[in-house]
Design a protein around this ligand. Sequence first.
Ligand code: PAF
Length: 285
Amino acid sequence: MTVIKKLDDLDIILSKFQRKKILGLVPTMGSIHRGHISLIKTALKVSDEVWVSIFVNPTQFNDVNDYKKYPKDVQKDINQIESLAPNIKIFLPSVYEMYGSNIDKISFNFDGIDKVLEGLKRPGHFDGVGTIVKKLFEIFNPNFVFFGEKDFQQTIIVQKIIDAYFKNIKMIICPTIRAENGLALSSRNSLLSKKANKNISIIYDSLLFAKQNFYKFSVKEMGKIIKVNIEKNPGFFLEYFELRCSKTLKTYKRGNNQNSQCRAFICVTVDGVRLIDNLLLNHEN
Ligand code: PAF
């Protein structure tokens, strides 16, 4: 298994890669779960060479404690990836390797996409994501990059980076992978207590409720019912539930946006752990 930590070593390997072949890149922050595995499996299907980057990117955390407590288990990650296919290559840089001594982020113009939902709650988060994604794309010059639908807003941000700087890269968005109770898989799930886990299905159930009752209730009514149902579980707090147009992330208005895809976005904090999810409500993908 190739695990590369230094940019100089990576450059040597990448310089030998024949550019006629297809290079697939799966950027991750580690703590590999079945969601990542599905991204890597998709990458394996369409690429000649697959790289997985594991890097907990400091500039996308607006809360130092959140950064510090972000789950890490590098050896377990490597073993899991190796068990999928031993020829997958891993890039595991240090913060210094990626940022040098200036841990700064670029200030992008994302046309307001970064100012709603997660962007509103975590100011600067998407500039941090954009900064690291741009660095990784510059380093690897991949043909394909793989991201999960679970972080739907992030996929729009990444597409904007691609449109602005990397016209030759194609992003493949893979469906959200869920636990049996519907919880969207995320590295943060490992921070949940057993007690919280018991009632956690309420998050996906709320999205399903929104889909089933899309034409029955107004957005306001729907939001009220969902909030009450979620917050009757001790330790659960609804940060947001919003309906937005899939393409623009503008607020979905029934009269005006009838033909647009409407997506519900939800964020629930459970004992201090932020969990996000989303679901397309009206049209299929
Ligand atoms: O989705 C993630 O894990 C991160 O935001 C990403 C895309 C790897 C950038 O650090």
